[in-house]
Design a binder for this molecule. Structure first.
Ligand SMILES: NC(=O)c1ccc[n+]([C@@H]2O[C@H](COP(=O)([O-])OP(=O)(O)OC[C@H]3O[C@@H](n4cnc5c(N)ncnc54)[C@H](OP(=O)(O)O)[C@@H]3O)[C@@H](O)[C@H]2O)c1
Length: 336
């Protein structure tokens, strides 16, 4: 069986980066449009989300990424972007869940482009209540937050700390923890405190002026998405049987970046009643369905605050890396 693709789709505009460098190297070119393989669909991209993963793929940092398959000398996928929302315009062999014309969101390969390929098991239908821009910022950050909150097994009344509550993952995690009945303290820069309060946090602490680990606070759950606070300091403000989920953090050494704490935490966990764990989230259909149903139930809303045209995709990634995006940003590729 061959793919069903529109004959008009042979070339497309895409935000491309052919070598590891800063996101300022990302530029728009006309390239060949992709064709869906087995189990894949071709999406006419309406909008694409901006997240830290795109910055990592642009810079090739930390270096361990190059070893695990993202391209040793240069990005294996020269087109940037993973989060996607758009319309199915081509169907590969064996696709059963989607038809031409379906509006979808999920994870694609190279979504900062007029067309992108996605595996059907990494997509779900877009609810009508979400704009394409909101849908586009949900998959990667939303699924990571959902997985973190699931692993933390939050119960009503618990005190939950979200480090990085103004960021992509943190803005979803704070809302999910509130929906689970927790009293959420968010850590963020002062300029984004209002956003964090609007997500339901009862308290916001500015990491630039206050070291939360030096305060007399105790949390049942800590979800860490920002900064590289050492494990021993986080454990100091975690209850004796509390749970720490490390989603990520920027900085660290050039080889491992911010991932060392996540790798170490299960080992430290062997010697304490506290549960310490790192998270490795995969953006797949099942958690996306869960997120979409929570959005439709009114428990969750993507904190979309900025949009950029495709020509400014590199700027969008630079702005995120510089800490100038509150919540989430989207690259708008085409209007219906
Ligand atoms: N494990 C996984 O599967 C997975 C999945 C997705 C992402 N990640 C990782 O998770 C991390 C967060 O991703 P993201 O997309 O949410 O990034 P983001 O949107 O840039 O958010 C980062 C957050 O961290 C805050 N922050 C910065 N420095 C801090 C500090 N010293 N102390 C406390 N908070 C600080 C920021 O606050 P302000 O903006 O207010 O300054 C912001 O809220 C990244 O490292 C990413 O690679 C991991």
């Amino acid at each position: 069986m061959t793919a069903t693709v529109p004959t008009s789709t042979t070339t497309m505009r895409a935000a491309v980066q052919r070598r590891y460098a800063g996101p300022e190297e990302i530029h728009v070119e006309t390239v060949e449009a992709p064709t869906p393989g087995t189990g894949e669909v071709l999406i006419e991209v309406r909008a694409a989300g901006v997240d830290r993963g795109v910055w990592h793929l642009a810079t090739g940092r930390p270096l361990v990424m190059r070893v695990i398959g993202f391209g040793f000398r240069r990005p294996r996928q020269p087109i940037s972007g993973e989060d996607v929302a758009g319309v199915v315009v081509g169907i590969g062999p064996g696709v059963t869940r989607f038809s031409l014309g379906d509006e979808v969101l999920g994870a694609a390969s190279g979504s900062y482009a007029e067309h992108a390929i996605a595996k059907e098991d990494r997509l779900v239908r877009k609810p009508a209540s979400l704009s394409f821009e909101e849908a586009a910022v949900t998959p990667v950050s939303g699924v990571a937050a959902l997985r973190a909150v699931e692993r933390a097994t939050i119960t009503p009344g618990q005190r939950v700390l979200v480090l990085g509550a103004s960021g992509g993952v943190g803005s979803f995690a704070a809302q999910l923890a509130v929906a689970a009945g927790a009293a959420v303290t968010g850590v963020a820069s002062a300029a984004k405190a209002d956003l964090v309060r609007s997500l339901g946090a009862v308290e916001v602490i500015d990491y630039r002026t206050t070291d939360i680990t030096a305060l007399n606070h105790e949390f049942d759950v800590i979800i860490d998405t920002g900064g590289l606070t050492p494990l021993r300091r986080l454990r100091r403000i975690l209850s004796p049987t509390g749970t720490l989920v490390i989603v990520g953090g920027e900085g660290g050494d050039s080889l491992m970046g911010g991932s060392t704490r996540a790798l170490l935490s299960p080992l430290v966990s062997l010697f304490t009643r506290q549960r310490l764990m790192g998270l490795m989230s995969v953006t797949a259909a099942a958690p996306l369905e869960d997120l979409v149903s929570r959005i439709e139930a009114g428990d969750l809303r993507p904190a979309l605050t900025r949009t950029f045209p495709l020509a400014e995709a590199g700027k969008a990634v630079s702005e995120l890396a510089a800490g100038r995006i509150a919540g989430k940003a989207a690259v708008v590729v085409s209007q219906p």
